[in-house]
Design a protein around this ligand. Structure first.
Ligand code: GNR
Ligand code: NI
Length: 172
């Protein structure tokens, strides 16, 4: 297992659309395991493949409480097949936008179809933090970030800050 570097904004890779995984083979499982290790080490509660520069439709999650046993989850070729009319607001963060947090409103509940780590078709109905994270991660696979839900003013401000930081890091 390998910890991979996490890509941050404004890297254009984060805006790419990821391609489906044809077969859930050992390579796909190795990628899932690397992503979980990278997520736990960050630490974060979710990670999408594009965040480590791999343009494939896979994300991992673990929303278990800190003092509870680990609950790693792998979602391959995920598809939201139902979302609730009711919405909820969570303060979101993103490992690709470190130390920036803002409230985002999304459907409160979703039903998601996906392939698990063994390549078996699964469908789960999620609510609470899990529903929010599933939507946040699925957005990544479509090149969308949580800052896209904020006002243009707030978004431009955070992108500008990270663009400046990246330029300074490149110069030193
Ligand atoms: O670690 C993460 N925390 C988080 C908190 C609220 C809503 C979404 C998230 S996902 C984020 C990790 C990440 O960037 N996943 O793409
Ligand atoms: Ni994210």
């Amino acid at each position: 297992m390998t910890i991979r570097p996490i890509i941050t904004i404004p890297d254009p890779v984060l805006r790419e659309i990821c391609a489906p995984i044809d077969t859930v083979d050992d390579d796909a499982r190795a990628l899932a395991d690397d992503m979980l290790e990278t997520m736990y080490e960050a630490p974060g509660i979710g990670l999408a493949a594009s965040q480590i520069g791999i343009l494939k439709r896979i994300f991992v999650l673990d929303v278990a409480k800190e003092d509870a046993p680990k609950e790693p989850m792998v979602f391959i070729n995920p598809k939201i097949v139902w979302s609730s009319e009711e919405s909820s607001v969570y303060q979101e963060g993103c490992l690709s936008i470190p130390e920036f947090f803002e409230d985002v409103e999304r459907p409160a509940e979703v039903t998601i179809q996906f392939l698990n780590r063994e390549g078996a078709e699964r469908e789960i109905k999620a609510d609470g933090l899990l529903a929010t994270c599933i939507q946040h991660e699925l957005d990544h696979l479509n090149g969308k970030l949580f800052i896209d839900y904020l006002s243009k003013l707030k978004r431009d401000r955070v992108v500008k800050k990270f663009t400046k930081q990246a330029k300074q890091a490149g110069r030193s």
